[in-house]
Design a protein. Structure first.
Length: 92
């Protein structure tokens, strides 16, 4: 994953929530553009207190090499299951 890949998702108009899939198997959702911040070779992702909250209580820093892929989510941030993911993969 490159910084330009992530930056383009953060700057998308209108913004669409996206899920980061890490090489470790963990996943993190970026609900809004202010939930993440690009660093030189990493992405800082702020974790919300609650999904509906605007407040953040902690953050994670992910090296871009550890981000396997980005999955664009529906505007409500919910995942539609495996069919959606398979369909998404076929368009990559």
């Amino acid at each position: 994953m490159t910084s330009e890949d992530i930056k383009s998702e953060l700057e998308r108009e209108p913004f669409r929530p996206f899920r980061l899939h890490l090489v470790s198997g963990k996943e993190f959702v970026v609900h809004a553009p202010n939930d993440a911040h690009m660093l030189r070779d990493a992405l800082m992702v702020f974790e919300r207190l609650k999904p509906s909250s605007e407040e953040h209580d902690k953050y994670h820093v992910f090296d871009l090499m550890n981000i396997e892929r980005v999955e664009i989510l529906p505007s409500n941030g919910k995942h539609k299951g495996k069919k959606h993911e398979q369909k998404r993969k076929s368009h990559d």
